[in-house]
Design a protein. Structure first.
Length: 157
């Protein structure tokens, strides 16, 4: 695995670096009182699409972070397929988003926290493209706590 160094900062893996970028998007969602899930799409070591949940603002149940990032990436690439691209998302994708990843033909999905209720892996692992490599649990605790804290605050606990 390659590692990235930024001057005096410690060397980190690309997965940690890009998950941190997805976490920035999740924090933007939190600031907008949306469920704090963020996503970025990476191609050739650069971010080509960013997104965070917009379901409340857009009044659209399909406006998930992944969908926003995938659409932005496709627009950036000038085509509908995202071969050789990686989606980094702070929460395990739902079946809808995993299905979208299939159609975009992503090479890789990297997620932070597992979604034990609605994650695609619990419901139907075959919804992603058979060639897509899936990695879960990157910065899992940090990603999970962001969502847990959001719902604790909403429920007043």
């Amino acid at each position: 695995m390659r590692y990235i160094s930024f001057g005096d900062e410690p060397t980190i893996s690309p997965d940690d670096f890009f998950m941190n970028e997805a976490l920035k998007e999740a924090k933007e969602a939190l600031a907008e009182d949306e469920i704090p899930i963020g996503a970025v799409v990476v191609w050739n070591g650069r971010i080509i699409g960013r997104g965070h949940n917009l379901t409340e603002r857009l009044n659209d149940v399909s406006a998930h972070a992944e969908m926003q990032a995938l659409t932005a990436a496709a627009n950036s690439m000038g085509g509908k397929y995202l071969r050789d691209c990686t989606l980094y998302v702070t929460m395990e994708p739902c079946v809808m988003c995993a299905g979208a990843c299939y159609w975009f033909q992503l090479s890789r999905i990297v997620f932070g926290a597992y979604d034990v209720k609605l994650g695609f892996g619990r419901l139907n692992q075959k919804v992603t493209h058979p060639k897509t490599i899936i990695t879960g649990g990157i910065r899992e605790n940090e990603c999970a706590e962001l969502v847990k804290d959001f719902f604790r605050t909403k429920r007043g606990k």
